[in-house]
Structures are given as structure tokens and as C-alpha cells.
Design a protein around this ligand. Structure first.
Ligand SMILES: O=C(O)C(=O)C[C@]1(C(=O)O)C=C[C@@H](O)C=C1
Length: 359
């Protein structure tokens, strides 16, 4: 028996299973279409339900596929089912190939239509003007901390936070030509990427090569593709889109380099069973003020997953605290804590509650 003929019974079984999978996926899609008709002109995207589906799938899985692998597959199946109800348009900081686009596709799947914007400001504005359904915006990085511009935009936007995406970020050193540092004038990247790779750059880059911050890593890749004397730090996706050679891979200083993104739209999300609430609290910069603000949360046993302070841009010596807590603002214990907080703070804005990232 030749090796290939030994494969035959397995391949026949796989063909049969694939047929069943197609029938079952279409059966699933018919239910999604029926749900879409029942929703009518209402909101079709339901982040809490999607998180519950993915969590259930992971718990149900017995392998050999990993829990992450089945969740990724179902992410795409749900994305296609949702597109049958109504295709979604997602605004992101472009151009094509940014980590923000990767985050948008990780969260919404490949059936969603992604629209590149010049700035994070523009991407929020597009959704505010209802020219896109949702926006994905970077909010913090494990190496470099918060993305200040996004935090500033959260203060005034009428949009609601309805999801989060956590993405492992790998940076590559890219050029048109397959040589390392000869004839190199500059390396372009987003300021955060330059910071995330600063040790690698200091160790490897000749002193005469300047580091230039541009609006995104994908923009850097686009520029490097037009100029052989320029290199870029960008993602694998950007390397492929702009046909650049990978001179050095994974040059980020911190191997667990991770960026967290928020998803914003016009809707509030109902509790999924494992949620976070994001809020902004403002208070004068007085001694003891921090304790005064945190106390109502601590007393009710609410855990904080983020606490970031930024000077208010409008009032001198006033601070804004960006706080993420575990739980949904609809839960009575969180409502009680927020009521106390409202009495103590000068201003409080609940940005939204959303399922903790599953993928
Ligand atoms: O349950 C729903 O509301 C659906 O529309 C179905 C479905 C799915 O494919 O499972 C699709 C889109 C929603 O975002 C959530 C779930």
C-alpha cells in the first residue's frame, strides 16, 4: 500500500465531515438571518452574546484543537453570520496594515468592512457621524503605557465603549532592499513603536540614522516602500502589503509586548457574565483626594484593572482619573459605588461596560 493510499480513508472521512460542516454552518447562518429579521432596524451586533458564544465554545472543546483555535474559528463563523444580518463597517487608524486594523479584524472577524482613517480623531468622528458602525482605538500598551490622544478623546466623545481587544504586538525592521544598515538615512515608525524598540535600536542602529515618528507604523512602511534609504518598524501585515523585506524580526524590547484597544459605538452592552466598566472621574489635585476617590470602590470589594491619571486639559491643577473596574455598571454593587463616587467627584463619566476580551 503506497503512502498516499493509506491517506485515502482519512481524506474520504474529511470530505464527508466538510460537507456536514457546510450544511451545519448554513443552518446556523439561517438562524442568524432569522434573528436579524427579528432585530429589524435595531442593533445587530451584540458583543455580550458573542463573548458568551466564544466562552461556551472554549469550555465545550475537548481537543485536539486548542480552545484558542476553536474560538478563532467561531469568531469567523459569527462574523459571516452577522454579515448576513447586516455587514458592519469599522473605522480604524490607517493606512492598511496597522495594528489597529489587525485588532479590528481580531475582534469583528474578516467579514467586517474596515475603513482606514488618517488619525484616531478621524476614526471616532466617522462613527460619531454614523458613517461607520464602530471604531477600534488603541488605549494602552504593556511597555509604553497609555495612548494619551485616545484618553483625551474619550472625555468628550458621545460614543459608548462596548468592547476591548487585546493584541500581542510584534515589530519588524523592514526595508525595500535586503541589506541591513548600509545606505540608511532614517527609520520611520509610530512614536510608541520607536519607544517599544528603543533598546534594539540603540544596540543595532548606527548613530547617524535618525529616528522619525510618523502617524502609524503602516504609514512608516508605506513611506519606506517609496524610499530605499528609509527603513520602517511595522507589523508582518504591513511588510506584506507594502512588499518590504524583513531585515530583523520581533525587535520589540519586551517579549510580551501587548496593546489593548477599545471598541466604541452608539450602544450600551448588557451584562455578559464577565465584564468590565470604564469610567472617567475628575477631581482637584488635593492631598488625600486619590484615596477619597478610590475608597467607595475598595469598600465594596470592586477590583480595579486600570488606574491612570492625566492632567485635565481645561482646568489647571485638576486631574482626570481613567479607571477600569471589574463588573458591569448595571450590577447593584457597582451602581452603589458609583452613587458614592458621584457625590465625591467633580465630574464622572461612565464610558461603558463590555465583555472582558475572550480571544
Ligand atoms: O444572537 C444574536 O443576536 C445573533 O445575531 C447571532 C450572532 C451569532 O452568529 O451567534 C451574530 C451576531 C451577534 O453579534 C451575536 C451572535
Amino acid at each position: 500500500m503506497s503512502d498516499d493510499s493509506k491517506l485515502l480513508p482519512h481524506r474520504t472521512a474529511i470530505d464527508n465531515i466538510d460537507n456536514q460542516l457546510i450544511d451545519l454552518m448554513n443552518e446556523r447562518a439561517k438562524h442568524a438571518r432569522a434573528i436579524g429579521e427579528l432585530k429589524g432596524t435595531g442593533v445587530v451586533y451584540r458583543p455580550e452574546r458573542e463573548a458568551q458564544v466564544l466562552r461556551r465554545i472554549k469550555a465545550f472543546n475537548t481537543g485536539p484543537l486548542t480552545d484558542e483555535a476553536v474560538a478563532r474559528l467561531f469568531r469567523e463563523i459569527m462574523s459571516e453570520c452577522l454579515a448576513i444580518e447586516r455587514p458592519l463597517t469599522i473605522a480604524y487608524l490607517g493606512p492598511e496594515g496597522t495594528f489597529t486594523q489587525l485588532a479590528a479584524m481580531k475582534h469583528f472577524g474578516h467579514a467586517a468592512h474596515t475603513v482606514p482613517c488618517l488619525t484616531v480623531d478621524d476614526s471616532l468622528r466617522l462613527v460619531e457621524a454614523r458613517q461607520a458602525d464602530y471604531v477600534v482605538a488603541p488605549v494602552e500598551n504593556s511597555t509604553e503605557g497609555s495612548v494619551g490622544r485616545t484618553l483625551d478623546l474619550l472625555v468628550n466623545t458621545p460614543l459608548r465603549v462596548c468592547g476591548e481587544v487585546v493584541l500581542r504586538v510584534h515589530h519588524h525592521f523592514l526595508r525595500t532592499q535586503y541589506v541591513d544598515f548600509a545606505d540608511l538615512d532614517a527609520v520611520y515608525a509610530h512614536a510608541q513603536a520607536l519607544a517599544q524598540c528603543q533598546h534594539w535600536l540603540a544596540k543595532n542602529l548606527p548613530d547617524n540614522v535618525s529616528r522619525v515618528a510618523v502617524s502609524s507604523n503602516a504609514e512608516a512602511a508605506k513611506l519606506a516602500a517609496q524610499n530605499p534609504r528609509v527603513a520602517a518598524i511595522a507589523s508582518q501585515a504591513a511588510a506584506e502589503i507594502y512588499a518590504l523585506n524583513k531585515i530583523a524580526a520581533n525587535i520589540e524590547d519586551e517579549p510580551n509586548n501587548t496593546t489593548r484597544f477599545l471598541v466604541l459605538g452608539h450602544q450600551d452592552t448588557t451584562p455578559s457574565g464577565h465584564d468590565k466598566t470604564s469610567l472617567i472621574v475628575s477631581a482637584p489635585n488635593r492631598s488625600g483626594m486619590l484615596h477619597h476617590i478610590i475608597e467607595p470602590l475598595m469598600q465594596t470589594g470592586i477590583s480595579m484593572t486600570k488606574f491612570e491619571s492625566r492632567p485635565s486639559r481645561t482646568n489647571l491643577w485638576e486631574y482626570l482619573f481613567f479607571i477600569d473596574i471589574e463588573g458591569h455598571f448595571a450590577e447593584p454593587r457597582i451602581q452603589a459605588a458609583l452613587d458614592v463616587l458621584r457625590e465625591r467627584a467633580m465630574f464622572i463619566k461612565v464610558l461603558g461596560a463590555y465583555p472582558v476580551a475572550v480571544l
